[in-house]
Design a protein around this ligand. Structure first.
Ligand SMILES: [Zn+2]
Length: 80
């Protein structure tokens, strides 16, 4: 059976469905019996799914110019 450390190492692959059938069975067996890992996988799943729904906002020409100006000011302030 997996230990908690092994489970945490495989958690991303489990969520992304990259585990073999046997690995998935072992993984599920562990989270059925270990409430800490069960909670960990639940929270990781929520986080991963939330991250997947985030899309970068396209930048307008003005946003790009504003950002470029900020970077120029920052760069100039670092030059002695
Ligand atoms: Zn565990």
């Amino acid at each position: 059976m997996l230990n908690c450390k092994e489970l945490s190492e495989q958690a991303s692959d489990y969520i992304d469905k990259n585990l073999s059938f046997l690995e998935r069975v072992q993984f599920r067996l562990h989270i059925m019996m270990c409430k800490h890992c069960h909670r960990f996988v639940e929270q990781l799943t929520v986080t991963v799914n939330a991250t997947k729904t985030l899309k970068p906002k396209p930048m307008s020409e003005q946003d790009i110019e504003t950002q470029a100006n900020k970077m120029r000011v920052e760069r100039n302030s670092k030059i002695p």
